[in-house]
Design a protein around this ligand. Structure first.
Ligand code: SF4
Length: 460
């Protein structure tokens, strides 16, 4: 069976006019969450569906959009698989799109196969579909997922009655409700709502199952949520900087993370530097925060190749490295003879930042000091945000236990990483500073990437 870890975005819209143009634009605004596949399904008495391998803007044709008639529908962008999927069932025709990862997928597939169920690829979306259809009622079927599935997910389900949407009971991934004139919408990020001239209403609550139709939004069921575990990585990297989740602006948190790095430098006696620069795009908010706190000049030192894909959401290491090289070119006159503070969101494998430091030095930078918004990444994600493994985590290579017990240990690690990536110095935010910068209570965040604590021990 093919095991998939996925990074993706979901979107659903009910409109008093044809919906496809808004859905097309909605998933285009979520494109940063996955660039390998995209798809739309609409309902006009039957389900019409088109999926593509590639990005939204490059693949959907006018013919596709003309075919996707109807006033309600769902959309998806993904790193790994084509969605929405469509089924003929006792519920009538339905289509589903999902973002997340099922940890116990092998076990679930084995159990269902023993009962005579067949699978095509064994993708998570097939498992989800079968669980819902087996129950025979959309709301109870979606509710049953929380009993059977271990993992993180958001889901939209297109039916003749409207669009059902849900978020797992821990709320790992964001899912936002919005509305505009005669339109009701749900999407993985608020930017996909605001940029369509609709208003954000609120976040879907962890464990909430909603129905969107001509009457607006309705909570069909609220499942018990043992605790919240919002993925902290969403604020540091995954979500777009113009999004807001749980009432917290991504831009503000990134500025805060950068400001805390600057404060740390000031507390350590200050740093002699000529300019602060981001690794675009995800380092921009952090670099601006550093600049505002330190008053050191902000200057772009890389030109971002807008036609390259996001390297983190490429599916293989080779593709990621190729993309990292294509993505940014140095603005030579900005860096010649300069002492540069270079801000980035995180260091995973260290490949990209090594290239960036090397490129800046080659272009004449006198010093490059790397400042990292996230604390050192020590643990892989079980919940579908990335596919990284222990072996790929740079910091883990130095600290096999995964524990940083003191500032002294953090500084030792930073010195080692600086040597590895050929930087003059490296500093990360501590976990405490990182959590403060987000501003959401620690107990409501998933911080497993950094401290190894699975927030859902009982459930998993
Ligand atoms: S393990 Fe890390 S990436 Fe995965 S949900 Fe938790 S914080 Fe997010």
């Amino acid at each position: 069976m093919k095991r998939v870890q996925d990074n993706c975005g979901v979107f659903g819209l009910y409109s008093n006019t044809q919906c496809v143009e808004d859905i097309y634009q909605g998933i285009d605004f979520l494109q940063h969450r996955g660039q390998e596949y995209c798809g739309i399904a609409t309902y006009d008495g039957r389900i019409r569906q088109v999926t593509h391998h590639g990005k939204v803007g490059n693949t959907f044709t006018d013919q596709n959009l003309n075919y996707l008639t109807g006033t309600w529908g769902i959309g998806h962008v993904s790193l790994k698989e084509r969605q929405p999927v469509r089924w003929q069932s006792s519920l009538g025709e339905i289509a589903l799109a999902f973002s997340g990862n099922i940890i116990n997928s092998d076990e679930l597939i084995q159990g269902m196969m023993q009962k005579g169920r067949a699978f095509q690829e064994g993708y998570d979306i097939e498992i989800i579909s079968k669980i819902i259809l087996e129950v025979g009622d959309p709301v109870e079927g979606i509710a049953a997922l929380s009993q059977k599935i271990k993992g993180a997910y958001t889901l939209v389900v297109l039916t003749k009655d409207g669009i059902y949407a849900t978020r797992d009971v821990y709320g790992f991934r964001p899912l936002i409700i919005g509305q505009g004139s005669g339109k009701y919408v749900v999407g993985s990020e608020s930017r996909a709502i605001r940029n369509l001239d609709m208003e954000v209403v609120r976040d879907v609550k962890p464990g909430e199952i909603i129905l969107i139709n001509e009457q607006g939004f309705k909570t069909c069921k609220q499942l018990e949520s043992p605790r919240r575990a919002h993925c902290a990585f969403e604020w540091a990297y995954t979500s777009s900087i113009d999004s807001v989740m749980e009432g917290v602006y991504v831009q503000e948190t990134r500025n805060n993370m950068g400001a805390r790095l600057a404060k740390r430098d000031m507390e350590d006696g200050g740093i002699e530097a000529d300019l602060v620069a981001p690794v675009p795009m995800s380092g921009i908010g952090h670099a601006l925060g550093y600049h505002m706190q330190s008053k050191i000049n902000y200057q772009e030192v890389f030109l971002y190749n807008r036609y390259a894909d996001r390297s983190y959401t490429q599916s293989t290491q080779v593709a990621r490295e190729k993309m990292a090289k294509r993505k940014l070119s140095v603005l030579g006159s900005s860096v010649k003879g300069q002492r540069v503070i270079l801000c980035d969101d995180s260091i995973v494998r260290g490949t990209q930042i090594l290239y960036k430091v090397r490129d800046l030095k080659k272009a004449g930078a006198r010093e490059v000091h790397v400042r990292v918004a996230c604390p050192p990444l020590m643990y892989p994600c079980d919940f579908g945000i990335s596919t990284r493994s222990y072996e790929e985590l740079k910091a883990r290579q130095y600290m096999p236990t995964g524990n940083i017990d003191s500032m002294e240990q953090l500084k030792e690690l930073e010195n080692w990483v600086a040597g590895q990536i050929k930087a003059d110095s490296v500093k990360y935010n501590s976990l405490d500073a990182f959590v403060e910068a987000i501003g959401i209570p620690r107990q409501d965040l998933c911080l497993k990437c950094w401290n190894g604590h699975r927030p859902t021990e009982n459930h998993l």
